[in-house]
Design a protein around this ligand. Structure first.
Ligand SMILES: Nc1ncnc2c1ncn2[C@@H]1O[C@H](COP(=O)(O)OP(=O)(O)OP(=O)(O)O)[C@@H](O)[C@H]1O
Ligand SMILES: [Mg+2]
Length: 232
């Protein structure tokens, strides 16, 4: 089993604020891993360290077994890692379809294209020519996922995709994320919604104060045991 993404004792900062403390994680090819933790523990900073938006002062981050010698902003996407960012970041001046096409700018080869995204999310096809931000919250999240799939990622990182969404929409998104994983894309799901974690993830890492404090298999029958790590 190969490791797609690896953090090895990473210490990451915003200015002098030390956020990630010896943070280590391995994401294995094909798996569906959850990263859980309360607000402010550093979950998004993991993403930002990967994307170069938080400074890594020690430790290393490697994608596909290769440590990054000199970091460039386009590197994670080029190496097959796409992020569905917290807050979705739908571009207001662009239509739904134009937002989707942005994801394809990386020109990665793979199974995903507009037609397949529209099969997965028929509502995006119906609304293809409306402004992306005219969609409901759940539809915007679908658009953000579709946009990242357009980059044909090997690893998709979703940062709190269900924040502010109704339970029925959360269930729909869970079904979609499962399908994407079944079709071969590795998933790193950053979440506090344990119902979603139970439905989507096989393994979890729990974060407190910028470090991993617990890890193990996700047992959907005993998911409440993880409540100590999230805001309920
Ligand atoms: N750009 C920034 N500059 C300085 N400090 C920041 C910045 N972004 C986040 N922080 C701080 O870093 C810490 C970790 O934030 P981070 O966004 O990683 O948490 P999180 O676990 O993703 O929380 P949430 O669940 O609320 O999204 C917090 O104390 C936050 O205030
Ligand atoms: Mg966050």
């Amino acid at each position: 089993m190969s490791t797609l993404l690896s953090f090895d004792r990473v210490n990451a900062y915003y200015g002098n604020a030390h956020i990630l403390h010896d943070f280590s994680l391995d994401v294995h090819e094909g798996e569906s891993l959850a990263l859980i933790g309360r607000n402010g523990v550093g979950k998004t900073t993991v993403v930002n360290a990967l994307l170069g938006q938080a400074r890594v002062r020690s430790g290393s981050i490697s994608v596909d077994g290769r440590a990054r010698p000199r970091w460039r902003p386009y590197m994670p996407a080029k190496q097959g890692v796409m992020v569905v960012p917290q807050g979705r970041h739908i571009i207001a001046n662009l239509t739904v379809e134009e937002n989707l096409l942005l994801g394809a700018a990386i020109q990665a080869k793979g199974p995903w294209n507009l037609e397949r995204i529209y099969q997965l999310f028929p509502i995006l096809k119906e609304r293809a020519h409306t402004p992306g931000t005219a969609l409901s919250g759940g539809q915007q999240q679908m658009l953000a996922i579709g946009r990242s799939l357009m980059g044909n990622p090997r690893l998709m990182i979703l940062d709190e995709p269900t924040e502010g969404l109704a339970p029925v929409i959360v269930d729909q998104l869970g079904e979609i994320i499962r399908q994407v994983n079944d079709q071969g894309t590795t998933i790193l799901l950053i979440e506090q919604n344990l119902h979603l974690v139970a439905g989507v993830s096989r393994r979890y890492l729990a974060v407190e104060k910028g470090s991993v404090v617990a890890s193990g298999e996700v047992d959907p029958q005993r998911i409440e045991q993880l409540q100590q790590f999230v805001v309920v």
